[in-house]
Design a protein around this ligand. Structure first.
Ligand SMILES: Cc1ncc(COP(=O)(O)O)c(C=O)c1O
Length: 466
């Protein structure tokens, strides 16, 4: 019997009502596109009511082992006791004052001890604050307007300089769109050409140090030399790699000291703290001491240094410093990958389901009968693991995922692969309950229909926005 002939699990009346209210009150129904209803199968939990460690419970009380962990923001686990206690202690002292709090200095010291190539840091709330500030700083420092981003990396910022390069660019002036150029990852000749085509005009290059593809030997160093030879700033976006690849970020793993780097996500275990860090020579332009250059309005917001969020960051960093968090992520990720790949092999699906990325930050790719990235098969795979109590938009795990959690996950994957195999044989539409999920960057809400839009969607499936 095909899965859609089975009785679908019911979303309770209560969560259906909540969903309707959410969409009536909040454009998109939530505050992060990647968490939206269009990103998940209809059988997915509509809302998560609470989490503890690597487990979450939906509003109907159903329990899931979670991967993705708040879009990678929760590195230690939900409601992690040491972080929770630090936040609670700080909350009683007040969250926001008319002058800075000493915790701002303490947090900066601790951060700079970990990210040892950086000389100064400024905290903010979201990753986009940090990457956009890096772009402004690069422009101010160089006196140039153009910025070049790595087009193989799907997301840098919610701001116009990046969103203007996506299919969802309504509302962004063309003049702004024209200021952002693109280069490909691991293609040093391409970056060189960009500098030759726009001599003396590129303020900086921004890229993630790595995503699913690792840097070729010497690539990042060559990019750094190229930037420096052309008077441009090299910006590393460590939103995902920071606090996953290494305590000191991917820059430590690859032996590179960028001019600027941006951190966020796992830095405060899900609390809202991000950071722009980098060379004093550039960062100082946001300060009060220089007279040789114009002042740069650098990351000044009412809530930028909310004290309990910084306390969360400090407690999180302390756990990373004194416990083997990174080692745990690699070890559990390796177990998960090996066991999942075993299951994929056993089902004869190695051409159709692939585990990608570093063990500390795994994802997966789902392909159709023609071996093309498929949103429908991705949705089916998610649907079938969700039915079995595992919520895995990616396979990004946390310090709280234990052996038994990984083993249960692999059992769910194993059973989902059985359905996948039947769907390959007889058609995914017979097994999918509801429509396939969609990619975030699309011009219209209806599904991508033109060949161009489909190609863009296929690329996006390979690297879903987090
Ligand atoms: C690599 C990367 N850079 C920047 C961002 C933006 O971070 P935020 O959503 O916190 O603004 C993200 C968010 O997913 C990201 O993955």
């Amino acid at each position: 019997m095909s899965a859609n002939l089975q009785r679908p699990q019911h979303t309770s009346l209560e969560s259906a009502r909540l969903k309707r209210r959410a969409h009536a009150l909040i454009p998109g129904g939530c505050h992060t596109y990647a968490k939206g209803d269009d990103q998940y199968p209809v059988l997915a939990p509509a809302f998560i009511a609470r989490g503890s460690g690597c487990r979450v419970w939906d509003t109907d009380g159903k329990e899931y082992i979670e991967y993705g962990m708040g879009n990678r923001a929760v590195g230690l686990g939900h409601a992690y006791p040491k972080v929770l206690q630090a936040v609670q202690r700080e909350l009683h002292r007040g969250s926001n004052f008319t002058r800075p709090s000493p915790i701002e200095v303490a947090c900066a010291e601790q951060f700079l001890e970990l990210v040892d190539g950086a000389e100064m840091v400024k905290f903010c709330k979201d990753g986009s604050d940090a990457t956009s500030a890096a772009v402004r700083l690069a422009r101010a420092y160089t006196g140039r307007d153009l910025i070049a981003l790595c087009s193989d990396h799907p997301f840098f910022s919610t701001d116009d300089w990046f969103i203007g390069t996506t299919a969802m660019k309504a509302g962004i002036p063309e003049t702004v769109q024209r200021l952002t150029l693109r280069f490909r990852y691991n293609d040093i000749a391409g970056a060189q050409e960009l500098f030759e085509k726009h001599p003396g005009q590129i303020a900086g290059l921004i890229l993630e140090p790595a995503r699913t593809e690792e840097p070729q030997e010497g690539y990042l160093q060559a990019l750094q030399r190229l930037c420096s030879a052309n008077g441009a700033v090299l910006i590393l976006d460590e939103m995902i790699t920071g606090f996953r690849w290494h305590n000191g970020g991917a820059q430590k793993v690859y032996g590179i000291v960028p001019d600027l780097s941006a951190f966020g996500k796992a830095l405060a275990n899900g609390h809202s703290v991000s950071a722009l860090a980098g060379r004093r020579e550039i960062m100082r332009l946001g300060g009060l001491d220089h007279d040789d250059r114009p002042r740069v309005f650098l990351l000044s917001t009412t809530h930028g240094a909310e004290t309990h969020a910084l306390a969360a960051a400090m407690a999180t960093m302390e756990v990373y410093q004194h416990e083997g968090v990174i080692e745990h992520l690699y070890r559990q990720g390796t177990r998960l990958r090996e066991q999942a790949e075993d299951a994929i092999r056993r089902h004869g699906l190695i051409d159709f389901v692939k585990i990608t990325g570093r063990p500390c930050c795994l994802a997966y790719a789902t392909l159709d009968q023609e071996r093309r990235p498929s949103q429908a098969f991705r949705t089916l795979f998610l649907q079938e693991t969700i039915r079995r109590g595992v919520l895995m938009p990616s396979l990004v795990l946390s310090y709280s995922h234990r052996d038994e959690d990984v083993d249960r996950t692999v059992a769910a994957i194993d059973a989902a692969l059985e359905v996948y195999k039947h769907a390959l044989e007889t058609g995914v539409e017979h097994y999918l309950v509801g429509p396939p999920s969609q990619t975030v960057y699309r011009r219209y809400n209806r599904a991508a229909e033109t060949p161009d839009a489909q190609a863009a969607a296929a690329e996006a499936i390979a690297a879903p926005v987090t």
